[in-house]
Design a protein around this ligand. Structure first.
Ligand code: BGC
Length: 431
């Protein structure tokens, strides 16, 4: 499948845009200083919190005199955005810049269609300020091919503080048993216990946190990060993870199917539901709704996962352009993405933490400060792992194979035992 895509992309490139096919660069206009008037950016930041964060970047780029041409493709975790990107590249008309995650970045780099950002990276010494775990996806063949803007982490539970206070639920909850008790209390009170949207990537996001909670860091790495160990995938711990998913399934409402993640966050914001298990982009929604962390809402690590962090970093990848003016505009975008002050102003809105390690945490909320500390600590302790559900555990084909099994099981199509078998098989077949 991937090979076919590579061939299609190569053909499209050769027939429609020979300027960047054979390395024959079009002559730069003027003296090379000319700046394109506009830059098209493809992204999936369409929820309230996401759009507010994106706006910080848009304003910064427009202040440099470059018009921002917005190409939003709604759909959490970028699944739909990547489909649109594939068709745009195949048609020989890639956007100038694209928000992208982990292994997708490396796949596009392998196809030879993304711009080399080395010159800027060297001028600004990106090597010294970006941690290795992220660099693994920002560099290909020793060259910088992406500008990382943030780090999200996925093993979080978001809670409505008032519902918890009213029901005497103490936060944070640190054990699975304590969590199930709390969910039960909420359900008994008539509210929705767990706000969830039954889209494969959302169920996948919960699943990987459950896997980490059941088996700990080593088990997570063996099952959710390539190369992925068949024995671990078929183990009793995996069976337990699927059983826990069945328990969680009992706490979602009847309308969970297909719901967008930010609508699930809205249920917690409005006090209709007590908890959501989601990456810290959900925090962006709570902050956008003027909720105060520690007063109106609370974020804590998925029970049993404290000390480990499952991460994903949003990065901007530039598609190779024939004109020097367009390349200059791409450079302006990349430079702004990497600006230390911008990484603060963007990430306090987005709910994530800066990709750069050299920025202060003063402007972040208590939860943001904790996230920065957790990240640094997990990095030192060797408990920082790529989120599978958000493109940092394995290439897309494997990620989607896991999503298929986990969703089918959540929707009642497999027993836990069948799901364990199906998961191991699906991963092997997708490799
Ligand atoms: C991205 C976030 C985004 C979330 C939901 C994640 O994969 O890293 O930036 O907010 O998906 O769309």
């Amino acid at each position: 499948m991937k090979k076919l895509l590579v061939i299609m992309v190569m053909l499209a490139v050769v027939f429609s845009a020979p300027v960047f096919a054979g390395g024959q660069q079009e002559k730069a206009e003027g003296d090379g200083q000319q700046m394109a008037k506009a830059i098209e950016v493809l992204h999936w930041w369409t929820s309230g919190g996401e759009a507010a964060a994106l706006n910080v970047l848009k304003e910064k780029v427009e202040a440099e005199g470059i018009k921002w041409v917005d190409t939003p493709v709604a759909g959490g975790s970028g699944v739909q955005a990547m489909t649109v990107l594939r068709s745009r590249v195949t048609a020989g008309n890639p956007p100038a810049a694209v928000q992208m995650l982990g292994y997708d970045i490396l796949d596009w780099a392998e196809m030879g269609v993304v711009a080399n950002l080395n010159e800027l990276a060297e001028e600004e010494n990106w090597d010294a300020v970006i941690p290795d775990a992220i660099k693994k996806f920002s560099k290909y063949d020793g060259k910088w091919i992406a500008a990382p803007v943030n780090v999200h982490s996925e093993n979080w539970v978001w809670a409505n503080q008032k519902i918890c206070d009213d029901l005497g639920i103490e936060l944070p909850i640190t054990t699975w048993e304590g969590y199930v008790d709390a969910l039960q209390k909420v359900q008994d009170s008539g509210k929705v216990a767990l706000a969830h949207g039954g889209q494969p990537w959302q169920t996948g996001t919960i699943f990987e946190s459950v896997v980490l909670g059941v088996g700990g860091p080593e088990f997570y790495e063996k099952t959710m990060n390539v190369p992925m160990d068949q024995d671990a995938l078929k183990s009793d711990q995996m069976l337990e993870a699927f059983k826990r998913m069945e328990t969680l399934r009992g706490f979602v409402d009847d309308n969970f199917s297909g719901r967008d993640w930010n609508l699930a966050s809205a249920m917690v914001i409005k006090g209709q539901a007590a908890f959501q298990m989601m990456g810290d982009f959900a925090k962006g929604e709570f902050l956008r709704a003027d909720m105060v962390p520690g007063e109106d809402f609370f974020g804590f690590r998925t029970p049993g996962t404290k000390g480990s962090v499952t991460f994903n970093a949003d990065q901007f990848v530039m598609f190779e352009k024939e004109s020097q003016a367009k390349r200059n505009a791409q450079k302006v975008l990349a430079k702004n993405v990497m600006d230390p002050e911008f990484q603060v102003s963007f990430n306090v809105v987005k709910g994530s933490v800066p990709a750069r390690t050299d920025v202060p945490d003063d402007e972040f909320t208590i939860i943001g400060k904790e996230a920065m500390k957790d990240l640094a600590q997990a990095n030192d302790d060797g408990t920082l792992f790529g989120s599978l559900a958000h493109g940092h555990g394995a290439p897309s084909a494997i990620k989607e194979a896991v999503f298929d099994v986990v969703s089918a099981h959540f929707n009642g199509q497999y027993t836990a035992e069948e799901a364990v078998e199906a998961l191991a098989k699906a991963v092997e077949a997708a490799k």
